[in-house]
Design a protein around this ligand. Structure first.
Ligand SMILES: [Zn+2]
Length: 358
């Protein structure tokens, strides 16, 4: 299981599909609750519907991803949560037309699926007024309506849902990216808050919808903050933000000696240990976690980690969000011309764009 409780499934068109473990709880809950107030046949039917619905959610996300791939955007993964799917991109394109096409591709998949089901099954209205038997025809008709609903729902202008992204992209054709994002978020806030209220007040709307709208409300704020931050970092290099609070030690270094150095120089955040031409490192925080359990005479070497990934001071900062997944973020040594000049804590730069759509 991944750091955030996600389970890797398989790759589709080279894109990793992951499942959050709570998704399995949802499937189990659907099976159990329909088994409680029905029979096993209904339980299997409902479970099959949930699985098919989420297959359509994956196809919707794939629509976004395959369009994004045309523009050479890195796609980290598609994550399935009980409230929907989420495609995580290395970055969200700032060219409005591209964002428009990538965003439209998702709901279009749903309308396409609804169209195919309509052709296969015939008019849904006869089915609506007929008997509901929990058969496979009912299953496919339910799926037809679900795809229509999902396509339309996603087009609501509630940023960061697809409709909100479309609004932002249209505004960005004329106004600045930041101002357009802000406007889209201002439009979204009352709508998302209203969605939470409606979902809570009306009993025939599931509580999961309230959760979804709350998630969207917060998601809009977070993405706006992220855009603000990444706009301020645009055109800057890794070297511009390098943190020089490090020290390099050589030879036999003990835990006690290191502790002394850290006490004397409280600004130091990372200790590098050069060992046979290779760099090993440990952060101040990690040192204090481990060192209290280790005798002062012990060597520092075993508790350091070898530096695997180096950043180059000349690389643009934007490259980080393309190359790294959030899970991989951490402290990295930064080199200039092959010489260690400092560290960069990439956990401070949360500008990995996320395409979120239920
Ligand atoms: Zn979408």
């Amino acid at each position: 299981m991944g750091r955030y409780g996600s389970i890797k499934l398989f790759r589709l068109f080279g894109i990793q599909l992951e499942l959050h473990f709570t998704f399995l709880l949802l499937v189990a809950w659907v099976f159990w609750s329909s088994w409680q107030d029905g029979d096993w046949r209904r339980a299997i039917w409902s479970t099959a519907l949930v699985l098919l619905v989420f297959t359509c959610v994956v196809l919707h996300e794939l629509g976004h991803c395959l369009m994004a791939k045309r523009y050479k955007i890195t796609i980290h993964r598609i994550l399935l949560l009980p409230i929907g799917g989420m495609a995580q991109f290395g970055h969200i394109p700032r060219k409005p037309l591209r964002e428009l096409l990538i965003t439209l591709a998702g709901p279009m998949v749903n309308f396409l699926l609804a169209g195919i089901l309509r052709i296969l099954l015939g008019s849904p209205w006869e089915w609506v007024y007929g008997d509901f038997r929990y058969g496979w025809v009912d299953l496919l008709y339910s799926l037809l309506f679900f795809n229509l609903a999902m396509g339309i729902f996603n087009l609501l202008p509630i940023f960061p849902m697809d409709g909100g992204r479309i609004l932002r992209a249209i505004l960005a054709l004329r106004y600045s990216y930041l101002a357009s994002t802000r406007a889209a978020v201002y439009v979204a806030m009352p709508l998302a808050a209203g969605g939470v209220l409606v979902a809570l007040l009306y009993e025939n709307v599931s509580d999961i919808m309230a959760l979804l709208f709350a998630f969207i409300f917060v998601g809009g704020q977070l993405e706006y903050k992220m855009v603000k931050r990444s706009e301020s970092l645009r055109g800057r290099k890794i070297g511009d933000l390098v943190n020089r609070n490090f020290i390099t030690l050589r030879g036999e270094v003990t835990i006690g000696k290191t502790r002394g150095i850290l006490e004397e120089q409280p600004s130091i955040e990372v200790v590098f240990l050069e060992e046979r031409g290779r760099l090993r490192m440990i952060s101040r925080q990690r040192f204090h976690q481990i060192a209290s359990r280790v005798p002062a005479d012990d060597s520092l070497l075993p508790i350091t980690q070898s530096a695997q990934t180096y950043l180059d001071a000349e690389w643009p900062l934007q490259l980080l969000s393309d190359r790294f997944r959030e899970d991989d973020y951490g402290i990295f040594p930064v080199l200039r011309g092959g010489v260690l000049i400092g560290i960069l804590d990439t956990r401070n730069f949360n500008f990995a764009g996320k395409g979120k759509s239920p």
